[in-house]
Design a protein around this ligand. Structure first.
Ligand code: 13P
Ligand code: SF4
Length: 303
C-alpha cells in the first residue's frame, strides 16, 4: 500500500486529524486535513472533533495545540523540530525584562515556549500582532521575542511605545533589501509580499507584510499574475497549488527553515502508527498559557 493510503487508514482508525503549517514539505501538506498559518492552526486545533492531532510544524505550534486542547493527544512526527527564535527567550529573561519595566503588559508572539506564554498577558501571531497591541489600553507594552515583528507593529501604531526583546527569526533575517531589489528587477511589476518577521528595511522595500495566510488571501484576490514571496520558501508550494494560473518566485532561495523540513511523510505515518511523540505541557503552565492564548483568539485575525 502507498504511504498516503497507509496514513489515511491509520488516521481513520485513530480518529486523528493532520494539521500542517504552510512551510511544510509539499507531500506533508498534501497529506494534511488542514494547512495554514499559526493562527489558523491554533483555531483548527481548538475546533476539531478528532481525538488525536498530528501536528506537522514546529514545537511551539504543537505545544499551543496541546494547551488549547488538553483532552486531545497531540503528536509531533519529529519532536526535534524547534524554533530558534522561540528558544531565544526564556522565563528568566522575561522576568528580568519585567523587573526593568514594572506594570507593563506583556504581548508574547506565539513563537515562544509554553512557560514564556504562561508569564505573558496576551499572545499574538503575525496575523494579529497589530490588533492585539491596539486592543490593550496601555501606552507602554513589552513585546517579545521578535524585535522585527515588534518594530513592524511599532511603525503601525506610533501612539504606543513598545519595549522590545532582542529576538529574531534566522530564516527571515536572511531576506535582505538587496534581494528584494534584485527580484523586482527580474520581475518588474510583480507585487512583493514579505513576512513581518523580516528586517524593517526588507519590509520597507516590499509592497505588503503579511502572515502566511494573509499572503494566501492577498494572492487569491489580486489581479496580478506574478508575485515575489519573501518568506520561508515552502510557502510557494501552497500558493502555486491554489493558484495554478499565477507565477510565484522566492525573493531569495536562502530563506529555508531547516526545522520546518524535519517532518517527512514517513515520520507522519510512524507518528500515527505508534501514537508518538506526545507533546505535553504541565497543567500549571498550560492553565496560565491558555489564558494568554484565549485572549488572543478573542481578537481574531487582522490581516
Ligand atoms: P505564520 O503564523 O505567519 O504562519 O508564521 C509562522 C512562522 O513561524 C513564521 O516564521
Ligand atoms: Fe521559527 Fe523562523 Fe522557522 Fe518560523 S521560519 S519556525 S520563526 S525559525
Amino acid at each position: 500500500m502507498e504511504l498516503s493510503a497507509r496514513i489515511n487508514k491509520f488516521k481513520q482508525e485513530r480518529n486523528a486529524v493532520i494539521l500542517a503549517h504552510n512551510y511544510q514539505r509539499p507531500e506533508v501538506q498534501d497529506s494534511a486535513d488542514f494547512v495554514g498559518d499559526s493562527l489558523g492552526l491554533s483555531l483548527a486545533a481548538s475546533r476539531t472533533g478528532a481525538k488525536v492531532i498530528v501536528f506537522c510544524g514546529v514545537n511551539f505550534m504543537a505545544e499551543t495545540a496541546a494547551i488549547i486542547s488538553p483532552d486531545k493527544l497531540v503528536l509531533m512526527p519529529d519532536p526535534n523540530a524547534g524554533c530558534p527564535m522561540a528558544d531565544m527567550i526564556t522565563v528568566e529573561k522575561l522576568k528580568e525584562l519585567k523587573v526593568g519595566y514594572p506594570g507593563r503588559p506583556v504581548v508574547c508572539y506565539v513563537n515562544s515556549g509554553a512557560a514564556v506564554k504562561a508569564e505573558s498577558d496576551i499572545c499574538c501571531t503575525s496575523a494579529n500582532a497589530v490588533g492585539v497591541v491596539r486592543s490593550l489600553p496601555d501606552k507602554e507594552i513589552i513585546f517579545i521575542p521578535d524585535k522585527f515583528l515588534g518594530q513592524f507593529v511599532q511603525n503601525k501604531l506610533p501612539e504606543k511605545k513598545l519595549i522590545l526583546f532582542n529576538g529574531y527569526c534566522p530564516t527571515h533575517a536572511r531576506i535582505l533589501p538587496e534581494h528584494v531589489a534584485r527580484a523586482k528587477a527580474a520581475h518588474p511589476g510583480a507585487p512583493v509580499l514579505v513576512h513581518p518577521e523580516c528586517r524593517p528595511a526588507t519590509i520597507a522595500a516590499a509592497d505588503a507584510a503579511l502572515s502566511t495566510e494573509g499572503m494566501a488571501r492577498f494572492v487569491k484576490e489580486s489581479p496580478a499574475g506574478e508575485f515575489l514571496i519573501g518568506t520561508e520558501t515552502g510557502m510557494i508550494y501552497r500558493l502555486q497549488k491554489e493558484n495554478p494560473g499565477k507565477k510565484f518566485y522566492p525573493v531569495t532561495e536562502l530563506a529555508g527553515c531547516p526545522n520546518m523540513k524535519l517532518t517527512t511523510l514517513e515520520k507522519v505515518l510512524w507518528s500515527l502508527a505508534e501514537l508518538k511523540t506526545e507533546i505535553k505541557v504541565s497543567k500549571e503552565i498550560a492553565d496560565k498559557a491558555r489564558a494568554a492564548i484565549a485572549r488572543m483568539l478573542e481578537v481574531g485575525r487582522q490581516d
